[in-house]
Design a protein around this ligand. Structure first.
Ligand SMILES: NC(=O)C1=CN([C@@H]2O[C@H](COP(=O)(O)OP(=O)(O)OC[C@H]3O[C@@H](n4cnc5c(N)ncnc54)[C@H](OP(=O)(O)O)[C@@H]3O)[C@@H](O)[C@H]2O)C=CC1
Ligand SMILES: O=CC(=O)O
Length: 301
């Protein structure tokens, strides 16, 4: 049976050695883990084998030979194929084993893989990452995990080798949802969307603040926006005026027009500030623009 300890001493499988998977598997090897790798294109295993990894010829074999198996695959289709397809990891799973899918997939895919893994009596953790190739190389990823808590605790020492932080988000699907929401760059929309899909917006603010898309402004305004508080630092009326009238936006819009570049987001943002002003929020902080989006969501609900 899997034991929860502060150090992971079992054998680790790694399926999918692409841009992200290769440096992640390499970091596990460098940290002294006993790693078995598999990749569809076998040649990508070779550098890792030369550094001490073992090789198995199918996801099924990897899972059968390991205590915990990670998968880092392109998309939902490949994640399902590698887990549930012919000679897939599921066939090698059983009681006492764990499957950690770190690919970016949708909620339905994560639930499907979870069901197949659970049907074998094994444990499942979804753990998509926020990060990039460089952050994978540097062991600085952010893990957005969900589902089996005991597997989360068990693999935490491994996640700490691969990343700088990890979030446990509860039921299956929440990791995938958080990853997809984080990847939406529109800050204010992120807060509303995360709320609507049942995520804690304050955790979202924290996740974003630690990733590559973090912005000091978002970290500064996010926590109070979550509480619907807008202590005035820069009044909304000035922001809207600025969007409409000041040189920087006018010139920027002019420049965009000169090369026929559409700038719909700037235009849409300005409309939202106008709506917020019409709600009497002119003297609130400009982050109160989120109220315009809340009202719009109610309009369309
Ligand atoms: N790149 C980035 O900055 C980030 C990526 N991610 C996510 O990480 C995941 C991996 O991305 P990344 O490493 O960049 O992608 P890559 O394209 O570099 O690697 C994809 C991996 O999936 C394998 N694969 C694809 N299709 C199949 C299939 N049908 N059967 C078996 N194996 C398959 C590839 O195998 P093969 O070598 O044979 O092609 C390869 O190992 C994605 O979900 C991505 O969204 C998350 C954060 C950042
Ligand atoms: O998926 C990409 C990321 O930066 O996160």
């Amino acid at each position: 049976m899997l034991n929860v300890t502060d150090k992971f001493s079992g054998r680790v499988g790694f399926l999918g050695l692409g841009i992200m998977g290769s440096p992640m598997a390499l970091n596990l090897i460098k940290a002294g883990c006993d790693v078995i790798v598999w990749n569809r294109t076998k040649s990508k295993c070779d550098p890792l084998i030369s550094l001490g990894a073992k090789y198995s010829s199918s996801p099924e074999e990897v899972a059968a030979n390991c205590d915990v198996t990670f998968a880092m695959l392109t998309d939902p289709e490949s994640a399902i194929d590698v887990a549930c397809g012919k000679n897939g990891a599921v066939s090698g799973m059983g009681p006492g084993k764990g499957y950690v899918d770190v690919s970016t997939v949708d909620v339905a895919t994560s639930k499907l893989i979870n069901e197949h893994i659970k049907a074998r009596g094994a444990l499942f953790l979804e753990a998509p990452v926020s990060g990039s190739k460089k952050l994978a190389e540097d062991g600085q990823l952010i893990f957005l995990t969900a589902d089996d808590r005991s597997l989360y605790e068990l693999v935490s020492p491994l996640l700490d080798i691969l990343g700088k932080s990890r979030f446990y988000l509860g039921k299956v699907g929440n990791g995938a949802a958080m990853k997809l929401v984080v990847n939406m760059i529109m800050g204010r929309l992120r807060i509303l969307l995360s709320k609507k899909v049942g995520l804690d917006p304050s955790i979202l603010v924290e996740v974003v603040s630690q990733g590559a898309i973090s912005a000091p402004m978002y970290s500064l305004k996010g926590p109070s926006m979550v509480k619907s508080q807008y202590p005035t630092a820069f009044p909304l009326k000035h922001q809207q005026k600025k969007l409409m009238l000041t040189q920087d936006l006018r010139l920027a819009l002019g420049l965009a027009e000169s090369v026929s570049q559409s700038t719909p987001i700037a235009a849409a943002a300005n409309e939202l500030y106008k709506v917020a002003k019409s709600y009497g929020l002119s003297d609130e902080d400009f982050s109160a623009v989120i109220e315009a989006l809340k009202a719009k969501s109610q309009d369309t609900a």
